[in-house]
Structures are given as structure tokens and as C-alpha cells.
Design a protein around this ligand. Structure first.
Ligand code: HEM
Length: 391
């Protein structure tokens, strides 16, 4: 029987860097569908294959300019609101739609034949939306991506995305599709949580503008350039942002988008936990400062692992046999690791933040209608079900 041990986020950095703890790996061999995709992306690979796949996705992301992604995301979000007759459900019409479309443009999906809109220029303002990206297909794949549970719909969705990439079942195609699938739900959750905080918290925020509010709680600054960049003036800030006194882009009633995104990442990380598997027998020593995780066991599929024994807290340290699972929280106040850690840490951090800020900026003067906000019943992802706003 597989044993499952649960660790708090205070042990996450150490465990995610452990060379003998690997993500549940995908089996090679399938020539199409969800199984093929999973076998050809970094998320479910280890060792040399992981390094190669990660290099491919890193190269795609490295060609993107976060400031442009931010501007394009804002532009598309504004288009959706302007084109709607009244209220807009952000989760249905924007939170997944915009990131997938912006990133689809950036990796050139939908223009494989002519190649006139490649990764170098695709995220520039003024280019059209990549015709080939079906957001519904990306969502369908995302629903089975972690669990590996294939259905006809999910396999067909992978194939439609392969076709949009030019029809080749090769590693380059898998890297593009994997990038969109990884981004879809997590970025939607970040957008949903940040927007809910920004629009729902306007009164508290007006009093937060007297200096300290220019920096996210805890001192971390968020911008596309990473550490050390001013939260209020990240690269890619719109002209409107820069021309405001203080240059922060802070709206009249709402906290600024960069500050809100930074604060939400820390206090309300979208990805709550992840899973690793022991590749060989390992002793995980006790940590005197360890805080055990309460609640039910989590799993990659969002359900308790089948046929497993949950050992509860690992405060006293555990002996893992090959194949044993480790459930690692990423969301625990000061210990939170919203983008993970170690060799599989999210390579899309800067791009995701840029897109989330762009969407939040575009919607910062809308009114939030949904209250109370309900969340999808997913233990691994904190994502609002609906978020209706009015212009
Ligand atoms: C532009 C949007 C995004 C892209 C392109 C992206 C891409 C990826 C990729 C390719 C991986 C797998 C890396 C590997 O296994 O080596 C990954 C992992 C991860 N991503 Fe992202 N991601 C995005 C947004 C987000 C967001 C918004 C969050 C949450 C705040 C997030 C959290 C994570 C975490 C926690 C992992 C590590 C999972 C683990 O170690 O088990 N990602 N991401």
C-alpha cells in the first residue's frame, strides 16, 4: 500500500529540492492525446528529459516581454467589458480567456503556416488574437492534466491544439501546449483572487495610500523584472500609470493592481499544494520548527489518493519507501511558495504576474457585484466560481 505523508509549506523548499522526490511521472509511449502531452512536458518528467523539456518552455517564455503581455492583457480585458451589454462574469469571460489568448499569440499558435506572427512580435499591441487558440480546448486539457485521466473530449482537445500548432506531435508542440495548459487555471485563479481583493476592499485601501501602501505587505515588490523592482512602477506600466502623481496606477477607490497581486500571492496563493513521489527509500528528518498540516489529504487529481494510507503530520519525520507519496502545502502564511520551488518551480512567474496585473488594471474601475464569493471545490486550487462586475 502506498503511504502518503503531508508536510506544511515550511518544509516545502527543502522537499521540493530533494533529488529523490520527483513529481508523479508520465509514462512514455502514447502517440497522441492527453497521455502523449503529459509524456512530453516538464511537469511530469525528471532528470535529463525534464531538463530538456524545461529548456524548451523556458526558451518560449524567455522570448516574451512581460511589459507587452501586460499591455495586451489589459487591452483584451477592456475589449471584453466594452463588448458586453452589461455585467460580465470575469471567471467565464476573462480570467482564462485573456491569459490563454495573450500567451497563444506570444507562442505563435494559430499562425503556423505563414509564420508572420511569431513569438518575437506576437505580444505587441495591435496584433490580432491568434485565431487557432481554442480556450475551451485548453480548459478541457487542463481538467485532466494533473490526474492523467483521459477522456474522449480531453484527447480530442489535445489533438485540436496540436493541429493549431501545425500538426506535428513533437516536443516543440508539447512545450507550447503545456505552457498554455499550465497557465490557464493558475493564472485565472490569480486574476480572480486579486480582482476580488482589489474591488472588494476599496474602502480599506483608500487609507492604505499614505506611503506604506505603495509596497506590498511584507516588503516584497512585484514587477515584471522580478526582485527589487518598484511595485508601483513595473516595466510595462501604462502611460496613464506613469503620469499619475506617484506613478503607481492606483485608482481612486481601489488598491493598485501590482500591490494587490503581490499581496494576494502571499496571503492567498492560487496553487495550494503539490505532490512528490519517493524515487527510492528516503528518510525525511524531523524538523523542530515544523508545523503539521491539518485537514484531508490532497492529491494531484483533487481527491484523496486511492489505496493510500494518510500518515497525518510529519512533525516527527518519516521513512519513505519507493513509490510513497508526499503531499506538500504551498500555502501557509509566511511560508507560502506561490510558484513552488526547486527544479520544477514555475518558470512562468513573471509572465503570469504581468498578465494578472494587466487584467486587474483594465478592470479596476468596474464594480464587483458578486457577494459572497464562492470557490470551486478543488483542494489544490483556490479559484472563484463566479465574479460578476459591472462597468
Ligand atoms: C504565464 C502563466 C504560467 C505559465 C506559463 C506557467 C508554467 C508552468 C510550467 C511549465 C510549470 C512546470 C515546470 C516544471 O515542471 O519544470 C509550472 C509549474 C508551477 N506553476 Fe506555473 N505557470 C504559470 C502561472 C502560474 C501561476 C499564476 C501560479 C500560481 C501563482 C503557478 C504556480 C506553479 C507552481 C506552484 C508550479 C510547480 C508545481 C510543482 O512543483 O509541483 N503558475 N508552471
Amino acid at each position: 500500500m502506498t503511504t502518503t505523508s503531508t508536510f506544511g509549506a515550511d518544509r516545502a523548499a527543502e522537499l521540493l529540492a530533494h533529488p529523490d522526490l520527483v513529481p508523479p511521472l508520465a509514462e512514455a509511449g502514447a502517440d497522441g492525446g492527453l497521455a502523449w502531452l503529459r509524456a512530453n512536458v516538464a511537469r511530469f518528467a525528471s532528470g535529463e528529459r525534464h531538463a530538456r523539456y524545461r529548456g524548451q518552455v523556458g526558451e518560449l517564455l524567455g522570448r516574451m516581454e512581460p511589459g507587452r503581455l501586460r499591455v495586451r492583457a489589459a487591452e483584451l480585458a477592456r475589449e471584453v467589458v466594452a463588448g458586453a451589454p452589461g455585467e460580465v462574469d470575469v471567471m467565464a469571460a476573462i480570467a482564462r480567456e485573456v491569459p490563454v489568448r495573450v500567451l497563444g499569440e506570444a507562442v505563435g499558435i494559430g499562425c503556423a503556416a505563414g509564420g508572420e506572427r511569431g513569438p518575437e512580435n506576437a505580444s505587441a499591441v495591435g496584433t490580432g488574437i491568434a485565431d487557432g487558440v481554442e480556450v475551451a480546448a485548453v480548459r478541457a486539457v487542463a481538467a485532466g492534466y494533473l490526474s492523467g485521466e483521459a477522456t474522449e473530449e480531453r484527447d480530442a482537445a489535445v489533438e485540436s491544439l496540436v493541429a493549431a500548432c501545425g500538426g506535428e506531435h513533437d516536443e516543440a508542440t508539447a512545450a507550447k501546449i503545456g505552457l498554455l495548459v499550465q497557465a490557464c487555471e493558475a493564472t485565472a485563479a490569480l486574476i480572480g483572487n486579486a480582482l476580488a481583493a482589489m474591488l472588494g476592499d476599496s474602502a480599506a485601501v483608500s487609507s492604505d495610500r499614505s506611503g506604506q501602501g505603495e509596497r506590498a505587505e511584507g516588503g516584497e515588490q512585484v514587477g515584471q523584472g522580478g526582485d527589487g523592482e518598484e511595485a508601483g512602477s513595473p516595466q510595462g506600466a501604462s502611460q496613464e500609470d506613469r503620469s499619475r502623481p506617484g506613478g503607481t496606477g492606483v485608482g481612486d477607490t481601489a488598491r493598485s493592481a501590482p500591490i494587490t497581486v503581490a499581496a494576494e500571492l502571499r496571503s492567498n496563493p492560487p496553487v495550494r499544494a503539490t505532490v512528490r513521489l519517493a524515487a527510492r527509500a528516503i528518510e525525511v528528518p524531523a524538523d523542530p520548527g515544523h508545523s503539521p498540516v491539518g485537514g484531508a489529504a490532497l492529491s494531484t487529481s483533487g481527491r484523496p489518493p486511492v489505496g493510500s494510507k494518510h500518515t497525518g503530520s510529519a512533525a516527527e519525520g518519516v521513512s519513505l519507501a519507493p513509490g510513497d507519496l508526499v503531499l506538500i502545502s504551498l500555502s501557509d502564511g509566511p511560508h507560502s511558495l506561490p510558484f513552488g520551488a526547486g527544479p520544477h518551480a514555475c518558470p512562468g512567474r513573471d509572465q503570469a504576474i504581468a498578465i494578472a496585473i494587466g487584467v486587474c488594471e483594465a478592470l479596476r474601475h468596474t464594480r464587483l457585484l458578486t457577494a459572497p464569493i464562492e470557490y470551486e471545490p478543488l483542494p489544490n486550487l483556490r479559484i472563484p466560481t463566479r465574479l460578476e462586475v459591472a462597468p
